[in-house]
Design a protein around this ligand. Sequence first.
Ligand SMILES: [Zn+2]
Length: 364
Amino acid sequence: MIFGERVKQARELRGFTQTKLAELLKVTQGRIAQIEGEFRDVADSLIAEIAYHTDLPLSYFSKAPVNRLSAGSLLFRARTSISKREVTQSLRDAEHVFGLAESMARDLYIPVSMRTLEGDPREAARKTRALLGLPAAEPVRGLIRTLEGAGVWVLAIPALKGRDAFCCWAQVEGRDIPVIAISPGCSGDRLAMNVAHELGHLVMHKNSLGRISAELEKEAFAYGAEFLMPEAGIRPDLQPPVSLTRISRLKPKWGVSIQALVRRAYDLGVISERQYRYLFMQISSKGWRTEEPIQIAPEKPRLLKKMAEVLYGSSLPLDRIAAAADMLPAEVSRILDLYADTERPSPRAKSRIVSFPAPSRVPK
Ligand SMILES: [Zn+2]
C-alpha cells in the first residue's frame, strides 16, 4: 500500500514533470496522474521502479504525506525570479532536509531563544543584535553559528539555486522553530546578506510570511543592512570621498558585497544619487555584478551534523540515520557534507566567540 501523494512529492522533489516520470517508468502520463491521485495498491515492481528513479527507499512511499514546511518567504521569490516548478522543487527539498533534522530532533532538546519583534526594521535589527549578544557596532563574525546558537535551524538545501534563500516558522513537537533555508552554492558575502534578510522576515513578519509584499520585502532589506552594517559602525568607515577602491577594502572587514556597501553608502546619505549611479556603472563595466573581486568564504551551517553526532556518535552510521528519515544513505551523506565538522571559530574572529550550545538528549 502506498500513498499517491508521496509519489507526487517524490517526483516534485526531483524536479520531474509527470511526463518525465512516465518516460522513465515506460508508462503513460495518465497512469502517473492516476497513481498520484489514489491511495491504493500499486504493483510492487512499479513502486520499486519509482523508488529507483527518485533515489528514495520504498519506506518513503508508505508513509502518510505531511506538509512539513510552508513556503514562507519563498513565495515572494516565486513572483520575481524563479519558475513555479523550481519553487516547488526547492520547497520539497527543504521539506526533505527538514524531515531529516526533525527525525533527529525528536530525541534532542534544542533551546530556541530567537523571538519576534515589532516596529521599525532598523530598530528591530539593533535589538536582535543585542538579544544575540553581538556588539552594537562591529561586523558580525560567525553569523550562522550565532543564529544556530539561538535555536534557528539553518538548512543547506541543494535544490535552492545560487542566489536564493527563504525562511519559515515550523512546528516541531508543538514548538515553533525558526527555519532559514540557504543555497549551498552561494558566495560568502551574498550568503550573509540572504541570511540577514531572511532573519528580518522571521523576526518581523512571522504572521505574514505567506503574503510578503514589496513593502515587507523592503523592510527585510533595511533590517538586513542594519543588522550586518550597523550605522554606528559603518558610518565612520564610509567617510567621503567614497571610491570603489576604498569600498573594496571594506568588503573583507564587513563580509558583505561591494554592491551592498555602495548601496549602504547611498542609503545613509554619504553619497548622492549621481555618485551612486556612477559607482554602479563602474561595477557593471568591470563585470562585478556577476562576479566581484575578493572572495569571502561561505560559512557552513553546523546544526544538522551536530544533531547526528549527539544522537549517533561521531562515526555517523549513515544507514541508521537514513532509515529513520526515509532516505537513502548516499543522500544523507551528500546532505551532511554540506555541514561544518567542528566549531572552530574563524581565524578572523577576535572580540567575541559565540559558544554553540550542544543539543542535548531529551531525558526519557
Ligand atoms: Zn524577502
